[in-house]
Design a protein around this ligand. Structure first.
Ligand code: ATP
Ligand code: MG
Length: 407
């Protein structure tokens, strides 16, 4: 069929086991974040383009190469969200919540980036994430990291994942560190990639993040930030580490985790696995105390993380399917009305139940057996509960039926 419509490149249908894995991840994340006092928000999947261009930085890869940006019919520039933090901060401001802090937000939903599709990399993908807005203590950072760890643990993958943490310091620490980096990389400028030569002028920290092999060699011996931290920044980082220990979360310090943008400070972290090849980061996050202000709001500190659901889905074991609904079977068409009463009764008592749309009683029973349902209810002159696992069959009343199925 030459004419058959195909899904757009880089998109994927969530059906069958893919759907089961996907929604399992969201369910676990929803439940665990609630335990930590987070509330779910849902912001629009498209925003004024400036929500992202201002916050992600006009020169970032996401903004320059990956955004789905278009003019709508009214001539406004609209962008499909490439990540979740900017929208949540925009909502905090426009919802008038910057005086009602802290806000602890959980979200789940689709994100869009125009990238070359490959394993674990799509153009429409999905993220879960949390943002904790309005807290300056490293206790908040540790809690945000801890809730991420707990989600990985409940998904059964914590043992395959290592938490890497780092500090980016405060503004003064970064200025000190920036000078040290400029000195170091300027002395080796001839060996830097073209991209990194530009970064040397604009944002030397981003050289540490370079994927170029030559750059990586130079980065190995580059100075570390730790010697350049102010006393306050060092104390914040020490605080983070002792709170993580108090929460029982193991970590490794990794000085190579950086965030290129100015509004990031203090904590940066990633949960990394080596079971996904090159796409090994499963949760990435950090502190962004300057972001809300950058968006035109007051100074509101923030810390959060985002995680790709597709990548988490690949790591988890297939979730156990829920038991198929109880099959309600009318013994002949004259029993249909009573069968519908029983169906309504069961559903009203929160027992999952369904009725077939065609076929005689024998056919329906066959189908119920094939579906894997545990029970069938045979509705005729009398009411019977059939255990489809062992084949036993008992007379019941509506009351005892409900009791048996709710047990
Ligand atoms: P990468 O280095 O893999 O491109 P990134 O730095 O762009 O990642 P973030 O912006 O930090 O990623 O997004 C957080 C998470 O979202 C990633 O760790 C990943 O799990 C997921 N993610 C990002 N881009 C994609 C994509 N195109 N398809 C699927 N998942 C993605
Ligand atoms: Mg990317």
């Amino acid at each position: 069929m030459a004419n058959q419509l195909q899904p757009v490149r880089g998109t994927k249908d969530l059906i069958g086991e893919d759907a089961a894995r996907h929604f399992h991840v969201i369910e676990i994340a929803r439940r665990v974040t609630r335990l930590y006092g987070f509330y779910e928000w849902q912001t629009p999947i498209f925003e004024d383009t400036r929500v992202f261009s201002r916050t992600l930085g006009e020169t970032s890869d996401v903004v320059t190469k990956e955004m789905y940006t278009f003019q709508d019919r009214g001539g406004d520039s609209i962008t499909l969200r490439p990540e979740g933090t900017a929208g949540v901060c925009r909502a905090l401001i426009t919802g008038g919540l910057t005086q009602t802090l802290p806000q602890k937000v959980f979200y789940a939903g689709p994100m869009f980036r125009y990238e070359r599709p490959q394993k674990g990399r799509y153009r429409q993908f999905h993220q879960i994430g949390v943002e904790l807005l309005g807290a300056v203590s490293p206790l908040a950072d540790a809690e945000v990291i801890s809730v991420g760890w707990r989600i990985l643990d409940e998904l059964g993958i914590a043992q395959d994942v290592v938490l890497n943490i780092n500090t980016l310091g405060d503004a003064q620490s970064r200025a000190n560190y920036r000078n040290a980096l400029v000195d170091y990389f300027s002395a080796h400028a001839d060996k830097l990639s073209e991209d990194s030569k530009l970064r040397l002028e604009k944002n030397p920290l981003r050289i540490l993040d370079s994927k170029d092999e030559g750059d990586k060699k130079l980065v190995e011996n580059a100075p570390l930030i730790y010697a350049h931290l102010t006393e306050e920044a060092a104390a914040f980082y020490d605080g983070l580490k002792s709170y993580l220990t108090a929460f029982g979360v193991k970590f490794e310090e990794n000085p190579r985790i950086v965030r290129g943008l100015d509004y990031y400070n203090h904590t940066a972290f990633e949960f990394v696995t080596n079971s996904l090849g090159a796409q090994g980061t499963v949760i990435a996050g950090g502190r962004y105390d300057g972001l809300v202000q950058q968006m035109g709001g007051p100074t509101v500190p923030g810390i959060g993380w985002g995680a790709g659901i597709e990548r988490l889905s690949m790591l988890i074991a297939a979730p156990r399917a829920a038991a198929p609904p109880v099959a309600v079977i009318p013994m002949g068409s004259e029993a249909e009305a009573e069968a519908l009463n029983i169906l309504n009764l069961l559903r009203s008592k929160n027992v999952a139940a369904e009725i077939g749309y065609s076929g005689n009683a024998k056919k329906r029973l066959e189908r119920a057996n094939k579906s894997g349902a545990g029970f069938a209810v045979l509705v005729g002159r009398d009411l019977q509960l059939k255990n489809l696992t062992d084949g036993s069959q008992d007379d019941v009343t509506p009351e005892t039926l409900v009791e048996r199925l709710c047990a």
